[in-house]
Design a protein around this ligand. Structure first.
Ligand code: SF4
Ligand code: SF4
Length: 455
């Protein structure tokens, strides 16, 4: 079976690449190679986490997202701001001013994703409590890059992924249905937009791995919208926006998910390397007594996404202050607080909209199984001959990666600098040996001998 075509919102700007290999080592799925001095992304491996874009010192990546012109295609536009968006502003900027600013940018309606997060938290809580028999811990499903990482690198963990919608998707389903009923508009006439802190949301809208059909029309880069919003914040403040509680707001940073689901025997992991390490340990069954792991591919959670405008630590502090203000006005008990904000009728339940998460094998050595086995054997031989330092200097992320590329005819053994040094050394030795065999009469005359002849 030929590899499928994958949509990627993370794109390489080849001209800007200086071949420094920083991105090669940062990529969790070994999806980048530097060949002939330029990076290349292997489409079947990329999970659109944005780690490469965050680390590249030459800004050689772009992220494809929607632009505001897209609003013109629809008769009615709804925007879904998430907690990560509020975190870009200090708490002195009222949420009403942010909503009015979004309205000024051309959105007809605003729905707060933090409220949807609470419904999803309830589903997680129920699922975890009723889970019996299977392997633990369960793993959160709300970060699309984590889902893709599991598909590509840890397919054995698919069964442990909790089957719930990402809050933005659940919010989109809800507002789309309500707008259709309220306005009598066909679904195609309604635009539903997310303001995203990272590339993975746009990728999952264009090519979803977990929902049958997305209700989102697209996502905007938070950094881009932020710049435009700053110029038009505030105004009449006449919008009627239903918001979530402090628990829904908490989803913007790591730990918010498990806190709103009331899970205590749980971990909140954030950052590409940490998520990878924890998934690896779960895969080796090293955390069997834990109930749940919340995974955020971005450092410190969504507030650390590569499409945010504010420094992630400042954003985290902004968010925590907003949460504290909300919490000071709420009942002490989580249950009571969430029950008083979750008053929407007909909020969608995840099960009706999800599709099965499937493995996405990343190594296609050959279409033919016999050929693939031969190549695998050859790959093992090559790997054995490499130094095993995983230095990345060859442009592949590891010696295993280089061995695979060599077997596939995409690289040479001497791309490894240690192999190259060995070959140069051997060549030099050979030349010295050859030089020793040259008969005296064939040796070039020394300068002194020439001078003596001339005298
Ligand atoms: S980080 Fe990657 S894309 Fe950026 S300059 Fe270095 S090799 Fe090129
Ligand atoms: S987006 Fe993530 S997975 Fe894709 S190439 Fe960049 S670092 Fe690798």
């Amino acid at each position: 079976m030929a590899p499928a075509e994958y949509f990627h919102s993370v794109r390489l700007l080849r001209d800007k690449c200086q071949g420094c290999v920083s991105c090669v080592k940062a990529c969790p799925t070994e999806a980048i190679r530097v060949r002939n001095g330029k990076a290349e992304i292997l489409a079947d491996r990329c999970v659109d986490c944005g780690a490469c874009a965050s680390i590249c010192p030459y800004h050689a990546f772009s992220i494809k997202t929607a632009t505001l012109d897209g609003l013109e295609k629809y008769a009615y536009n709804i925007v879904l701001p998430a907690p990560s968006m509020y975190s870009q502003f200090p708490e002195q900027v009222p949420m009403e001013d942010i909503w009015q600013g979004l309205h000024n940018l051309g959105f007809d309606e605003i729905f707060d994703v933090s409220l949807a997060s609470e419904y999803i938290a309830k589903e997680i809580e129920t699922y975890v409590k009723n889970y019996t028999g299977g392997r633990k811990p369960l793993i959160s499903s709300t970060c699309p890059s984590v889902l893709r990482l599991i598909q590509v690198k840890f397919p054995e963990l698919i069964k442990q992924v909790v089957p719930v919608l990402a809050p933005a998707e659940a919010a989109a389903i809800y507002v789309r249905q309500k707008a259709e009923a309220k306005l009598g508009l066909a679904s195609e006439k309604i635009g539903v937009w997310f303001i995203s802190p990272c590339p993975s949301k746009e990728t999952n809208i264009r090519q979803s791995v977990d929902v049958r059909q997305t209700a989102l029309s697209g996502s905007f880069s938070l950094a881009e919208i932020y710049g435009k919003l700053l110029r038009c914040l505030g105004g009449d403040n006449t919008l009627n926006v239903v918001t979530g509680s402090s628990y829904g707001m908490g989803w913007g940073a790591y730990g918010g998910e498990i806190s709103s689901a009331g899970l205590e025997n749980a971990l909140a992991v954030h950052g590409v390397d940490n998520v990878y390490e924890v998934l690896e340990q779960i895969s080796m069954n090293k955390m069997p007594t834990l109930d749940y792991v919340e995974c955020n591919m971005c450092e410190r959670g969504c507030i650390g996404g590569c499409l945010t405008a504010e420094n992630k630590f400042v954003a985290e502090s902004n968010l925590r202050r907003r949460i504290n203000i909300l919490r000071s006005q709420e009942p002490v008990e989580r249950e009571l607080t969430m029950a008083s904000s979750m008053t929407l009728e007909d909020f969608p339940r995840s099960a009706a909209y999800l599709k099965k998460l499937v493995a996405r094998p990343m190594m296609h050595l050959d279409e033919n199984i016999m050929e693939a086995m031969k190549k695998f054997e050859r790959m093992e031989e090559v790997l054995y001959s490499l130094p095993g330092l995983n230095c990345g200097a060859c442009g592949a992320p590891s010696c295993q990666g280089l061995a695979e590329d060599i077997v596939q005819g995409k690289a040479h053994e001497i791309d490894c600098i240690f192999k190259l040094r060995g070959s140069v050394h051997k060549l030099a030795q050979g030349m010295i040996e050859l030089a020793k065999q040259i008969p005296i009469s064939h040796e070039p005359q020394s300068l002194n001998a020439v001078e003596e002849d001339e005298r």
